[in-house]
Design a protein around this ligand. Structure first.
Ligand code: GLN
Length: 487
């Protein structure tokens, strides 16, 4: 039962073959059996989940149907603000904070009658690529518990891969949905900037952050995005135009589409097994009738540098609000300044501190033009080059990450090597364009490989269409071997 996809679970709930209470108990049971090894969750919401499940079952029994998520067990990244459930962003500085409100995406899921299984682990404030930067200890990959699950939405990706939730939600600032989905063998999607409200997403870098779903299938990704997307007056950056149809042409395959393979996202630094799986997938798309061309986007090489100036600069401003006065942790001091200094010194972990310092430096008078200003110019070039590419092709493709899941501890001493895990995913955050990761195979260590598809702004329909074609052509059916132990 914990292996149901969202569409299978939704059907079973409606034909009465399963109850939400059974689905929820199965998810909680899977979590109970696997948490000691995986540590996907920071909070498990046992009682709340059971009572939401009972409410959903009552609704079904009386013929009420509020939408696709009614009765569905979902895992939420712990930077999504949830009323009455502790929300920490995996930081000591928020320890003990119980939000008095729901973020918009969470509220929309609740309007449909969702069951919140729990809040999942992440790199502190979503800064990282392995979930090792959590103040509450790392998470582990269900395919091999010596490996990282990726990050920063590692917990949500694990929960979906391990069957502790049917759907997960995460946030993606530089790859944090797609990269852990790739490393855990599930589907992760970052929507066009502005499609999903960030009201109630604890801000990391506001010009880059997006909320998106982690699912077992592409079909579920579409359904999950439909549930949370749409204009929200509470988020000034939320998209005001008509919502594009996400399902247009969904099952019509890739015949007639032009697919560009990004040249700069191959070669040095990419594991041979990852490259082989990507090439195989591209060949399958070509067999299925797509026209495949190689595309060069030279600025991809400098996007990582631009991102690691823009994201820290924005985070240094966003994280100024954690001052010991308004939320969570507070240390004493003789003066207000001493109190704030002591609170922030104790409350933030090393990576968050590094980013705040870097960002403050990059924004300071005298350095602004050389660093932040320059990075913004690079960002403009990246956007132009991608827009130019989309005049030639319908979608661009690459690996989602240059490697499969790496060993726990192998990159923690070297932030630069950790940052390089985001080389494929960051460009779509700089441009604001949508992108998705679909599992396409296993490497020699039986670890999953993710295939990334990128599309122009509001190109969700063609993105999902190609992702669906990949899913069908590849027919990736492997599951983490440890699932048997946790059944
Ligand atoms: N790994 C990237 C970083 O550390 C991206 C994180 C994210 O998308 N939230 O900034």
């Amino acid at each position: 039962m914990s292996d149901y996809t969202l569409s299978e679970a939704a059907t079973a709930l409606r034909d009465g073959s399963v109850s939400s209470r059974e689905l929820t108990d199965a998810a909680l049971d899977r979590a109970a059996k696997s948490e000691a090894e995986l540590h996907a969750f920071l909070t498990l919401a046992h009682d709340g989940a059971r009572s939401s499940a009972e409410a959903a079952d009552t609704a079904f029994a009386s013929g009420r149907d509020a939408g696709a998520f009614q009765g569905i067990p979902v895992a939420l990244k712990d930077n999504l603000v949830t009323q009455g459930i502790a929300t920490t962003a995996a930081s000591q500085i928020l320890a003990g904070w119980v939000p008095p409100y729901d973020g918009t995406a969470v509220a929309r899921l609740k309007d449909q009658g969702v069951v919140i299984v729990g809040k999942t682990n992440l790199d502190e404030f979503a800064m990282g690529s392995s979930t090792e930067n959590s103040a509450f200890g790392p998470s582990r990959n269900p395919w091999n518990t010596d490996r990282v699950p990726g990050g920063s939405s590692g917990g949500s990706a694990i929960a979906v891969a391990a069957g502790s939730a049917v759907v997960g939600f995460g946030s993606d600032t530089g790859g944090s949905i797609r990269q852990p989905a790739a490393l855990c063998g599930v589907v992760g999607m970052k929507p066009t900037y502005g499609l999903v409200s960030r009201y109630g997403l604890i801000a990391f870098a506001s010009s880059l952050d997006q909320i998106g779903p982690i699912t077992r299938t592409v079909e579920d990704s579409v359904t999950a995005l439909e549930a949370v997307a749409g204009h929200d007056p509470l988020d000034a950056t939320s998209y005001r135009g008509d919502r594009p149809g996400f399902r247009d042409g969904f099952e019509s395959g890739v015949r007639g589409l032009k697919i560009g393979v990004v040249r700069e996202l191959t070669g040095e630094g990419f594991e041979p097994d990852v490259e082989a799986a990507v090439r195989r997938t591209v060949d399958l798309l070509s067999d299925a009738g797509a026209e495949v061309v190689e595309v060069s986007i030279p600025s991809v090489d400098v996007s990582l540098s631009a991102y690691y100036l823009i994201a820290p600069a924005e985070c240094s401003a966003n994280l100024a609000r954690f001052d010991g006065v308004r939320y969570g942790l507070r240390r004493d001091g003789e003066t207000v300044e001493e109190m704030m200094t002591a609170t922030r010194a104790d409350g933030f972990g090393p990576e968050v501190t590094r980013r705040i310092l870097l960002g403050t430096y990059a924004l300071s008078a005298g350095y602004y033009d050389a660093f932040y200003g320059q990075a913004q110019k690079v960002r403009t070039v990246v956007i132009r080059e991608f827009e130019e590419a989309y005049r030639q092709v319908d979608v661009l493709v690459s690996a989602t990450a240059p490697t499969t899941a790496f060993e726990i501890g192998s990159k923690t001493q070297d932030p630069l090597s950790m940052y390089l895990s985001d080389i494929c995913t960051i460009p779509s955050n700089l441009t604001g364009h949508p992108a998705i990761s679909v599992p396409v195979g296993l490497d020699r260590h039986s670890l999953p490989v993710g295939f990334q598809i990128m599309a122009p702004a509001l190109g969700e329909a063609v993105l999902f269409r190609v992702a669906r074609a990949v899913e069908q052509a590849v027919a990736f059916e492997a599951r983490p071997p440890l699932l048997e132990e946790w059944s």
